[in-house]
Each structure stands twice: as C-alpha cells, then as structure tokens.
Design a protein around this ligand. Structure first.
Ligand code: GUN
Ligand code: ZN
Length: 437
C-alpha cells in the first residue's frame, strides 16, 4: 500500500449508487472516456475527467487505451473445488457424493489447503475478481489457510468452514458441538482482521441436523455481524429431500428461517425453485441471492429468475460457484447469465450485468460501504481491462457503436485474456504480461 498520492489515466466505468429497480441502473452508470483515478493509502481519493484537473499530477501512470472498472465481486464460490471443475455426467446430489466429497476430504492436510489457497487466489486475481464469499471444507485448517493467504494479499474476502453433521462420508462429518467450537475459534481469530470477515457456512439443510442448525443459530446470536452463507433450492430432488427431512417445516427456506438464519447478511446460493412465500420471506428478511449461471447450466439445475428478483426487491450478486461452475471468469459468467435470461425472455443488458458483477454484488454482500465503485473513501480494488485482445474481438469491438455495445461484446467474447491488471487495496497484485504460465 502506498501512502503517497497516485494517479492513473485511463477510461473508467462504474455505478455511482445502488439500484432498487433495473431502470435505475442507467441513471447510476458513469463512463469517463479520458479520466484520472486518484489513490492514496489503499483508498480512492477521487475520479475525475482529465480536462477538469487544474494541473497534471506529478506521478501519473498512463493506461490510456484501457478500461478500468471496479474489481469483480464473486458472491458464491468453493475454493476446495478448484481442482474438480468439469466433473462429468451428474446432477447435484450424485455430483456431491461422487466427485465433491472425495476432493474435499483432502483438506484435513494443512499443506494441501495452503497450496490450493494460493492457487485459488491467483485464479481470482487473474480473472479480475478482488472480493469473494468463499466456502472452505469442514476442516478448520482449510479456512485457516485461505484467510492467511488472503490476508497477505490484503484482499477483502469473506469465508467460512463448512458445517455438516449428516449425509456425507464420515471423514467429513463433525458433531454439532465440535462444529460450534471450531467455528467460534475461527470467528475469534479472523472476523474483522484486516479486510477479512467470517461467514457461518452450514453446507445446506440436508447435511444439517436440527442440533447443528441450533448451533448455527446460537453463533449468529453471539456474533450478529458475521455473514451466513449456504445453498437454497438448487435442484428439484434436493428440494424434495429437504421437505422429507424437515416435514414439520413450511418448505426449504423455512428450515433456515426458523433457525433465524435469514437476514441482511445472509446469502443463499441458487434459489432456482422457490415458492411464492419463499420469495416473500427473502424480501421480508432482506436476505440476498447468489445467481450462479454456469453452475446452474452445468449441473442442469434450472434457470434463475432475475426478473422476479427485481420484482420482489431481493438483492442479488453473481457467483461463479466453482467447481460446479465452469469458470472463474466474471466476463464469461455474465455471458452465460445473458443466455439464462434469453431462455426466459429477459434481456440482460451489459449495464445490468456489470452492475451485478461490481456494486450490485457488493450490495448483496453488504460490502457496498467499502467496495464496488470509485466513490471517494472506498477501498481501491479495480481491474484494468483490454477491450479487445484477439483478431475476432478487435473486429467486433471495432464495429461497436458505443461503450454499451463494447461491454456487451466483452461479456460475450471476453475471458481472462482481457484482464490486463488487477489491483487490490491500491496495489497491482496481478499483471497478465508478468504472469508465469
Ligand atoms: N449444495 C450443497 N453443497 C453444494 C456444493 O458444493 N455445490 C453446489 N453447487 N451445491 C451444493
Ligand atoms: Zn455452491
């Protein structure tokens, strides 16, 4: 982190405030073709049009020709599943038992967890993602390793160890008492340290007994400012299973709700098969959703109803959900979100897509006071993009009429090649041209 004033000249794009309706997004969009971003001590000092500056800054980093946007926010991802992306042939419940649980069993080993944490964070940065809400495994050492690595990079990251006490291999199960004690120790050690925060992470209702959910409830009561991160209504068999496991509850979400696990800092991944009263409960409790298009398509789980989330006034962010999701790259994920919309006659604009990937995602995570745009005082996390890096991209971007069409082409044809630099806390932590293969 540098404590001297730094200035970067480039094109800039962000959203100046959160939107409650899709129509508000364009009003909040800000594009500055020739701008200067001022940074100091890891924070944004200001963003200005070049011609409005009274005099040229002394120390200027000239990135003209490039577009700088706020760092991408990934609202749902599993770091231990990095090594199993692209597991063939199964839908959720079989995919978990056949592929996921065996891979997660390796994270009892602290060395493995440390190696994969480093690899995972490099993948985030190489794809322009500067903040994420992350699942570990049931092993405390999995999260210990991830937090240590993220702390060294000064990343704003929320993570938690999985809590589960049934319906998984014995090696991945714990007692509710152990889960409580291990989670509590991790919260005490990591929550609020540097830019890190803790999320209570019961895997999902089917792997939780009522006794475990009671421990989660207790922890949330003891630590009201921690996050809650779990899965909800992803797959029809899963939904039916939850109803049979919890017959006394009024559907899937009611299991979490009755243990007081809904709320402003509660993030539910997927939400594809919600009933009307569940949408209403998410709204009434101000809970948020992670929309994970590549995962939902890859596992054949279903189509997220983005239009409904706006109608219900439920905040959403974008999740890659690696390793059910098939890429770390937010541009590709937005491209798939567009296709999910097309299958439901919803035309996702580039403006809306980039909103969800930046300030909207930050808002879904209740992190918008810290990150998500270039407002003065925000933490300086951003991505330097090349709009075109291949002959096809140059051809297509070249015949685009405005920035909106360019951004839409970027989310259709773009990938990690378009991420030139990633800055965290006012420092370039990843540069494509310096990256080793
Ligand atoms: N539901 C419970 N666990 C998981 C998981 O690891 N991935 C996905 N996509 N859904 C889940
Ligand atoms: Zn997931």
């Amino acid at each position: 982190m540098s404590s001297t004033l730094m200035a970067i000249r480039a094109s800039f794009f962000d959203f100046t405030d959160v939107a409650r309706q899709p129509e508000e997004i364009m009003a909040q969009a800000r594009y500055i073709d020739d701008g200067v971003l001022l940074l100091e001590a890891g924070r944004i000092v200001g963003l200005h049009a070049w011609e409005t500056l009274p005099h040229a800054p002394d120390d200027l980093i000239d990135l003209r020709g490039r577009l700088i946007v706020p760092g991408f926010v990934d609202t749902h991802i599993h770091y231990p599943q990095t090594e199993m992306i692209g597991a063939w042939g199964e839908q959720l419940l079989q995919w978990l038992s056949q592929y996921t649980f065996p891979v997660e069993s390796q994270y009892h080993c602290a060395d493995h967890a440390a190696a994969m944490s480093a690899f995972f964070l490099q993948q985030l940065l190489a794809n322009g993602t500067t903040s994420a809400l992350v699942f570990g495994t049931v092993h405390p050492q999995s999260v210990e390793a991830l937090f240590s690595a993220a702390d060294a990079l000064a990343m704003r990251l929320i993570a938690g160890k999985v809590m589960m006490d049934r319906h998984a291999p014995d090696a991945l199960l714990e007692t509710p008492e152990q889960s409580y004690a291990d989670t509590r120790a991790l919260i005490e050690r990591w929550h609020g340290r540097g830019r890190l925060s803790y999320a209570l992470t019961p895997r999902f209702a089917p792997t939780s007994t009522p006794a475990l959910l009671e421990k989660v409830r207790q922890l949330r009561q003891e630590y009201p400012d921690v996050w809650l991160h779990t899965h909800l209504s992803e797959n029809p068999q899963e939904v039916a299973w939850v109803k049979s496991l919890f017959p006394q509850h009024d559907g899937y979400l009611d299991v979490y709700h009755r243990y007081q696990l809904t709320g402003r800092r509660s993030l539910f991944a997927h939400c594809l098969h919600l009933e009307d009263r569940e949408w209403q409960c998410l709204h009434d409790t101000d809970s948020a959703i992670a929309f994970c298009p590549t995962s939902n398509l890859f596992l054949g789980s279903g189509l997220f109803n983005l239009k409904r989330s706006w109608q219900q006034g439920v905040r959403i962010g974008i999740g890659t959900d690696v390793g059910a999701g098939t890429t770390f790259n937010m541009l590709q994920t937005l491209g798939e979100a567009y296709k999910v919309g097309q299958l439901q006659q919803y035309r996702l604009s580039a403006a809306e897509a980039f909103y969800h990937a930046t300030l909207g995602g930050a808002h879904a995570l209740d992190l918008h006071p810290h990150i998500g745009n270039f407002a003065p005082g925000k933490e300086a996390d951003f991505v330097v993009l090349d709009l075109a890096v291949s002959p096809l991209q140059r051809l297509r971007v070249g015949n685009s009429k405005d920035i909106w069409e360019q951004l839409f082409v970027l989310m259709t044809l773009g990938d990690d090649r378009n991420i030139a630099e990633t800055w965290v806390n006012g420092r370039a932590v990843w540069r494509r041209d310096e990256a080793k293969a």
